[in-house]
Design a protein around this ligand. Structure first.
Ligand code: ASP
Ligand code: MG
Length: 330
């Protein structure tokens, strides 16, 4: 058996519950997919409109660049392969997230910006059945110059509450068909905030699993050690960042206040063994004092919609499912 066949067998063995490709869906499965598609359309329309109304500029995404998110160190990341290719004699990387572009563009041109960005994260095949991982997904990735974490969190809460209200009013039939109309209640604000360190103290390392079973509404987790770009207070050892957790589905948004000081960024990159040469422009701007303090977040569109519609697998929200370990024709 070749390595590829072997991988496919491993994936297929775990395929119970994994979404089928479009051309294999039965009539009723197609109907379900149609309803999910309709919810997706309303979600995208509502969110982009709210961002534009709030003064954000809408940027088109990039796919290949020299600088992308290192996704390291991130306790949640499980990347099987980093896609790097040569074009025009230069090495470029498939977008893991547009964090670097967001930091640069919010500093230089648009103080408030968002993009619907394709993220290519070749997850390990064993994540096929987690139900919440896809090897390509879309982030509604946004950044706000000079903002605080509190401001970002309140903005997200306001938009999410408005979204759920809007969906209950505008896609009631589809939500009912998907058996989600009654369960999808408008969350109360402010959402509860948990400190990751406190959770570890009371629940141990597996705190997330425990918490996801308990919560009935979206909650925030703060103070999560991860990539160089999130703000870390070296003195207290705390991180000014956040994740939004959705009941059963887990993290659907992550973000933070950002680092902007050259020396601190360099120190963190060296500590984490992140290659400085892959962040030339970011570092140059920071050194020249042109990188501005900002805060922002990336919202996983498919995960959000998976929670809204009660999907069995996040791939159900994608017209062409990107299930880890499983490459369909389309
Ligand atoms: N785009 C970032 C990520 O994928 C989220 C953020 O911090 O804005 O982790
Ligand atoms: Mg991140």
């Amino acid at each position: 058996m070749t390595k590829r066949q072997n991988l496919l067998t491993i994936a297929e063995e775990r395929l119970i519950g994994v979404p089928k490709p479009l051309e294999q869906l039965s009539k009723s499965e197609l109907q379900r997919k149609q309803s999910i598609g309709k919810v997706m359309t309303h979600v995208l329309k509502y969110l982009t409109e709210e961002f534009v109304k709030d003064g954000f500029e809408w940027l088109l995404p990039v796919i290949f660049s020299k600088s992308t998110d290192p996704l390291w160190p991130d306790p949640e990341a499980s990347i099987d392969k980093r896609v790097e290719i040569e074009i025009y004699g230069e090495i470029v990387r498939a977008n893991l997230s547009m964090i670097v572009q967001k930091m640069v563009a919010s500093s230089l041109i648009h103080p408030k910006l968002f993009t619907l960005s394709p993220n290519i994260r070749i997850e390990k095949a064993e994540r096929a059945n987690t139900g919440i991982h896809a090897y390509e997904f879309t982030q509604l990735d946004f950044e706000m110059s000079d903002a605080t974490s509190d401001e970002v969190r309140s903005f997200v809460e306001r938009v999410l509450v408005g979204l759920i209200r809007h969906l209950r009013d505008n896609v009631r039939e589809d939500l009912t068909y998907l058996h989600r109309y009654n369960g999808l209640t408008v969350p109360k604000t402010p959402f509860k905030i948990y400190d990751r360190k406190e959770l570890e103290k009371s629940y141990g390392k597996a705190w997330e699993k425990r918490l996801l079973k308990e919560i009935k509404h979206p909650v925030w987790i703060t103070n999560i050690p991860r990539e160089f770009y999130d703000f870390e207070d070296f003195e207290s050892g705390t991180w000014d960042n956040y994740d939004l957790l959705l009941p059963k589905y887990g993290e659907a948004l992550s973000g933070g206040r950002r680092e902007w000081e050259y020396k601190k960024i360099v120190k963190k990159m060296e500590r984490d063994k992140v290659k400085k040469e892959n962040y030339r422009i970011l570092l140059q701007l920071a050194k020249e004092g042109k990188l501005q303090p900002s805060a922002g977040a990336g919202l996983g569109v498919e995960r959000l919609v998976a929670w809204i519609v009660g999907a069995k697998h996040i791939g159900e929200t994608q017209p062409f499912p990107r299930v880890p370990g499983l490459v369909y024709d389309l």
